[in-house]
Design a protein around this ligand. Structure first.
Ligand SMILES: CCC(=O)SCCNC(=O)CCNC(=O)[C@H](O)C(C)(C)COP(=O)(O)OP(=O)(O)OC[C@H]1O[C@@H](n2cnc3c(N)ncnc32)[C@H](O)[C@@H]1OP(=O)(O)O
Length: 250
């Protein structure tokens, strides 16, 4: 299974499990994420963790064999939009969602991490909103969400420069909440003890308050606009060449 869900005593864990493709999100994985999020929502969990099954890459973004460069704008919209729905579900999930970033993330992988409420990263990891280098922009609503998580000027800088940044810098910028040593990241019960010690009701109320704190009141509309705008850039020569370069690199 490319996406697995495990219910622990107090919390749920979603694992991305497609290491051979660096957890690139395929059509099937997007559907599986929807299924496990619906399942987790029905359970009495204090929080939800999103992580990768192995400690190499958290997520290499959208699967570029599915989200290839030869799609029409309409096709691109239809293929991007399901992950926007997933990111929106995560953002509005009734208890806090913690991204346990045990590996690097690029493109949509950073969008997915941004949809979570808290990001805990393994030491020496790197993250890149690199979409602008591929002739597009974030297309799952993650660009919109980024503006809720870091300062507006840093969000614009990161999205525009499209650089891969290290976790230390991103902690200073507020995108990463905590950095942990490699050997500490696997023991979730210890790592997340301050969340486990709170009650289910406390965690629901805290998440509810967090959602109400967002300045962006029209989140769903703006995330959908983001998908539309990125789909409009899909057929640019720059984008086609960037994707072809990756797919034909070997
Ligand atoms: C929503 C829009 C977006 O997400 S745009 C951003 C898309 N993502 C990217 O551009 C990242 C592309 N991937 C990479 O740069 C590298 O694979 C990274 C993640 C740095 C890992 O490098 P490395 O550890 O050397 O592995 P590799 O390149 O040999 O890849 C291993 C196998 O995984 C695959 N893979 C990787 N990323 C994707 C992807 N995004 N979509 C589809 N497949 C991907 C590679 O093709 C490779 O597969 P294979 O072994 O050649 O069959």
């Amino acid at each position: 299974m490319f996406v697995e869900y495990q219910k622990k005593k107090d919390y749920g864990v979603i694992y991305l499990n497609r290491p051979e493709k660096r957890n690139a999100i395929s059509k099937e994985m997007a559907a599986m994420l929807g299924t496990v999020l619906n399942k987790a929502k029905k359970e009495e969990i204090k929080f939800l963790v999103l992580t990768s099954k192995d400690n190499k890459v958290f997520c290499a973004g959208g699967d570029l064999t599915y989200l290839h460069g030869n799609l029409s704008r309409e096709e691109a919209y239809a293929r991007l939009n399901p992950m926007k729905e997933i990111l929106y579900k995560i953002a509005l999930f009734p208890v806090p969602v913690i991204a346990l970033l045990n590996g690097n993330a690029l493109g949509g992988g950073c969008e997915l991490a941004t949809a979570c409420d808290i990001r805990i990263a393994r030491n020496n990891t790197k993250f890149g909103f690199i979409q602008a280098n591929l002739g597009i922009l974030p297309g799952w609503g993650g660009g919109t969400l980024l503006y809720n998580k870091v300062s507006s000027s840093f969000a614009l800088e990161w999205l525009t420069e499209a650089k891969v940044l290290d976790s230390q810098l991103l902690e200073k910028k507020g995108w990463i909440n905590r950095i942990v040593k490699e050997h500490d990241i696997d023991d979730m019960d210890v790592l997340l003890k301050d969340y486990i010690s709170k009650s289910y009701r406390q965690m629901r109320l805290l998440k509810d308050q967090h959602i109400k704190s967002w300045t962006n009141r029209n989140l769903f509309f703006e995330m959908t606009e983001e998908v539309k705008k990125t789909a409009m850039l899909w057929d640019s020569e720059e984008h086609k060449q960037a994707i072809e370069k990756f797919l034909l690199r070997k």
